[in-house]
Design a protein. Structure first.
Length: 440
């Protein structure tokens, strides 16, 4: 079968335009490389978190938030000074060097607890900034009309990477050790830079408006390194996105702490804990791939972004009620799988579509501020709230009911954002409203 025939066949299978198939697959490859490298290391990070004591997790979350606050001005400075098309290569290159440094550290001090905690915090900061930046580039390169068709297919690369990554870790860790996994992750990150460069080249040849032209993306964004924060404060729409992410993070944290508590009680052995975390990852990514390839894009085109933002939070409301009635590891595992698979398959593509209708500066600076500082801030605050709830009430059911209330607020916020995004996207794609939308 010729390349053109193959692309036509894939376009029919995945519900995208034939001309978008190649860049959509390139976007999927970008996420595959990024997520495979991250998910190789994620089970190790989770085990390191438990090694320091479940009762101390809120300190790791607080440390992650502080590290994120320190990192964001540096990223803001980079986005201000560097050409738009070079922000991702420079950032990913810096993170690859960090991975190499940690690989050397793991080789010389594999059992050092403080080094393990540092790696836990670093990986928690890295994954949000790197993933957010990859989506920033795609939101910059694809308008809303294309995003509804191709973002879910691109996100399937993330799920495939999330499936392959843990398997690679299980297969290779005995042969190359933790340090070897970090070297391999750095190599995958460098390969992702090359895929992003190819996507930029495709958009250069197929601009959809002035902001997508090669000349526009060759210029730095300018402005202040702290513009992400100020842009969010000035925009009701971006404030809504920040609230959505804050609630998402809070719900995730409540479930994460319950997962750590129940895994520690059910599986005392560290090796078994790592296997449990890896198994959950494999199940989650397997389910997410199916929805991303065959369901999410079609839902977005037919029913709009709203269904992607609301369906999972509503499901988690019922999940928390179930957990309140039956606080067991089996129930928690089902709720975690639904939450994480739904987030990867529905919520994340829908959330990224929201940024196709904002200015280039907001796509990079405000988006990264929301995805990093707001998310990790939600982690830190909800982590302490969960610890306080457990200490005062010592009743898992109370934490589950609080989680249900947060999930309901999360769903309502998603519904409001979907309506606002529809208005902004319509204004952006109209000849008269395009300039106004870019300035929003």
């Amino acid at each position: 079968m010729s390349r053109a025939a193959t692309l036509r066949h894939l376009a029919r299978v995945f519900g995208v335009d034939e001309r978008e198939t190649a860049p959509a697959l390139a976007g999927a490859a970008l996420f595959f490389l990024l997520f495979a490298g991250y998910f190789m290391l994620r089970p190790v990070r989770e085990t390191m978190g438990i090694a320091g004591g479940v009762d101390n997790l809120q300190w790791l979350f607080t440390g992650t938030f502080v590290a994120t606050l320190a990192a964001m001005p540096l990223f803001g400075w980079l986005a201000t000074r560097v050409r738009r098309r070079h922000v991702l290569p420079w950032t990913f290159g810096f993170f690859a060097l960090n991975l190499i440094g940690f690989a050397i550290g793991f080789h010389w001090a594999p059992d050092n607890l403080w080094f393990a905690r540092s790696f836990y915090i670093w990986l928690s900061v890295f994954n949000l900034i790197a993933i957010s930046l990859a989506w920033s580039v795609l939101a910059d390169l694809f308008p809303t009309s294309q995003a509804k068709r191709v973002f879910a297919l691109m996100a399937s690369g993330a799920s495939l990477g999330g499936l392959v990554g843990p398997l690679l870790g299980v297969i290779l860790v005995g042969r190359i050790g933790h340090a070897g996994l970090l070297w391999l992750s750095a190599a995958l990150l460098i390969a992702a830079i090359e895929v992003a460069r190819q996507l930029q080249g495709w958009r250069d040849a197929h601009p959809f408006h002035a902001d997508s032209s090669a000349a526009a993306r060759a210029r730095p964004l300018g402005g202040s390194p702290f513009a992400g924060f100020t842009d969010v404060l000035r925009s009701p729409f971006l404030l809504g996105v920040a609230l959505f992410v804050l609630l998402l993070a809070s719900v995730n944290t409540f479930l994460y702490f319950e997962q750590a508590r129940l895994v520690e009680l059910t599986f005392p052995d560290r090796t078994d804990q790592t296997r449990v975390f890896g198994t959950i990852d494999v199940v989650v990514q397997s389910l997410a791939i199916g929805s991303q390839l065959f369901l999410t894009g079609r839902l977005a085109q037919r029913l709009g972004v709203g269904v992607l933002l609301v369906a999972v939070p509503l499901a988690i409301v019922f999940g928390f009620f179930w957990l309140a009635l039956a606080p067991t590891f089996a129930v928690l595992a089902v709720v975690m799988v639904v939450r994480r698979a739904g987030e990867y398959g529905l919520v994340r593509p829908g959330r990224e579509m929201l940024f196709t209708a904002v200015s280039p500066q907001a796509k990079y600076k405000a988006k990264n501020f929301i995805d990093s500082v707001v998310y990790r801030g939600g982690d830190a605050v909800s982590g302490w709230a969960k610890a306080l709830t457990d200490a005062v009430a010592q009743q898992p059911a109370l934490a589950a009911l609080i989680g249900a209330a947060l999930s309901l607020a999360w769903a309502c916020t998603g519904a409001g954002l979907a309506r606002s995004h529809a208005r902004q996207a319509a204004a952006q794609e109209s000849p008269i409203g395009e300039a106004a939308a870019r300035a929003s």
